[in-house]
Design a protein. Structure first.
Length: 127
């Protein structure tokens, strides 16, 4: 999909169709298209469907940015269900979503089920 609405999608499509490519060199062609559409570089991991965006913060950096003490993070990652930890989990999840992390990536980091992360998002209207 080239856009969320019709007009920007058509504009990007026309930009792509009218871009002057390089027919004999796919790498040059890719660079031209990437520049024309203002695309971010994505790095794929080990022939899997997992990817990371090169300019996003790591989950460890996100946690450190919130000044979450290591012992509190350890409690969260060990499955401690203290009510006082929920607001901290929500802050981490919200920041991770802003950095384009998937529910599975967040769940793996917090050592929780993706459904648990999804429920926290829904109940606390994070998105």
């Amino acid at each position: 999909m080239l856009g969320n609405t019709k007009e920007p999608a058509i504009e990007k499509y026309l930009t792509l169709v009218n871009a002057i490519g390089h027919e004999n060199d796919n790498d040059k062609d890719y660079e031209i298209i990437k520049q024309e559409l203002n695309l971010k570089e994505i790095t794929w991991l080990n022939n899997s469907n997992d990817f990371i965006e090169s300019d996003r913060a790591t989950l460890e950096q996100i946690t450190m940015n919130h000044n979450i003490h290591e012992s509190v993070l350890l409690d969260i990652r060990n499955g401690n269900r203290k009510p006082g930890l929920t607001p901290i989990k929500i802050r981490i999840i919200k920041s991770a979503l802003e950095q384009c992390y998937s529910l599975k990536e967040i769940a793996d980091y917090l050592k929780a089920a993706p459904s648990t992360i999804s429920k926290l998002i829904s109940r606390n209207k994070i998105v």
